[in-house]
Design a binder for this molecule. Structure first.
Ligand code: Q46
Ligand code: ZN
Ligand code: ZN
Length: 316
């Protein structure tokens, strides 16, 4: 039986079981924008006048994040700037950087593209040729560059496209491994301190499927090519378990996220925060570090013996 949108006479394009809602394309787009607004307000992700650095890879999550934050920047009086990192993965990076660039231009958003190879003298492809566990090295590189760029250019926070399932996967896997520090980081907002800039995840309560539909309904271009170094077997298994739970009980993902974001996470992070107080300055680059040398500088020195820390301050 054809069914109508709950809010207008148009044909419904989606049925959201978790909300028992049939919506046309336009009302679905509104629904998702309101959901993101709800997350921003519930977790106080932004303050009026904030300068926000939006990390855009060119994949669906970050493209949707940029699109929605751009739309909300007037509502919340936000000044947004995009940052894309060219990791130097030859079968992957060029397509991503190109799409990110197209979105910045389409929206007229100021942005910066940092090429790891040109800036530091090595690429993620170089790391993969020499070491295993390249994703962990790549993750360190991305976090370092984004944070350093935000510190040097005076941003109040960094927005990333982590979606509901990304965070639930992190939470689930932290619980399975007993990794309390990891669990404390499963939150829509990670407060910064000194040279660690606050990180916000406005899509923390938005399902991956809904993000995909939003991108499709709005004709937003994004890249689907998978990184050659992605090894998702474990995360796919855990995400499959979460999807099975959702089949049984449509709102279970939201119940789980609520319990981590609102209850478990804050309790655990009140214990963990003591550890963060012990951060010192890296002896090579001066950025926050647990040891004498930060993880990024350790990787960079191994990959390029001539490595020197670089300022990422924009020349205006
Ligand atoms: S880019 Fe880097 Fe990912 Fe590729 S090497 Fe792994 S972490 S999979 S999002
Ligand atoms: Zn409608
Ligand atoms: Zn360092």
């Amino acid at each position: 039986m054809p069914s109508k949108c709950r809010f207008c006479d148009k044909q419904a394009a989606v049925y959201l079981r978790y909300a028992n809602l049939r919506l046309c394309k336009d009302h679905f787009v509104n629904f998702i924008e309101n959901r993101v607004k709800g997350t921003i307000e519930k977790y106080k992700l932004t303050n009026r006048g904030d300068r926000i650095l939006v990390a855009v890879s060119g994949g669906k999550d970050s493209v949707v994040l940029l699109d929605i934050l751009y739309r909300l920047s007037e509502v919340y009086d936000l000044d947004i700037h995009g940052l894309t990192i060219d990791l130097g993965i030859h079968s992957y990076s060029p397509a991503y950087v190109k799409v990110a660039n197209e979105h910045y231009k389409r929206l007229g958003v100021e942005h910066t593209i940092i090429k790891v190879g040109e800036t530091y003298g090595f690429t993620v492809d170089d790391l993969a040729a020499r070491w295993r566990r390249v994703c962990s090295l790549c993750g360190t590189i991305k976090r370092y560059i984004i944070n350093r760029f935000a510190v040097e250019n005076g941003f109040d926070s960094i927005a990333t496209g982590h979606n509901l399932e990304d965070l639930l996967y992190q939470g689930f896997s932290s619980i399975v491994l007993g990794d309390l520090e990891g669990l404390a980081k499963v939150s829509p907002k990670l407060e910064g301190k000194d040279k660690l800039i606050t990180r916000i995840r406005p899509l923390a309560e938005t399902r991956e499927k809904d993000i995909l539909l939003y991108a499709m309904f709005k004709n937003l271009k994004f890249v689907k090519v998978e990184c050659p170094y992605a090894r998702g077997a474990r995360s796919l298994r855990l995400k499959h378990i979460l999807n099975m739970l959702e089949e049984e009980s449509p709102s279970s993902k939201f119940a789980f996220s609520n319990s981590i974001y609102k209850k478990l996470g804050p309790i655990v992070s009140s214990f963990i925060s003591k550890e963060n107080e012990e951060l010192r300055s890296c002896s090579v680059c001066g950025m926050p570090s647990r040891g004498v040398t930060c993880s990024f500088c350790k990787i960079a020195l191994k990959a390029n013996p001539d490595y020197k820390p670089k300022s990422l301050k924009l020349r205006l």
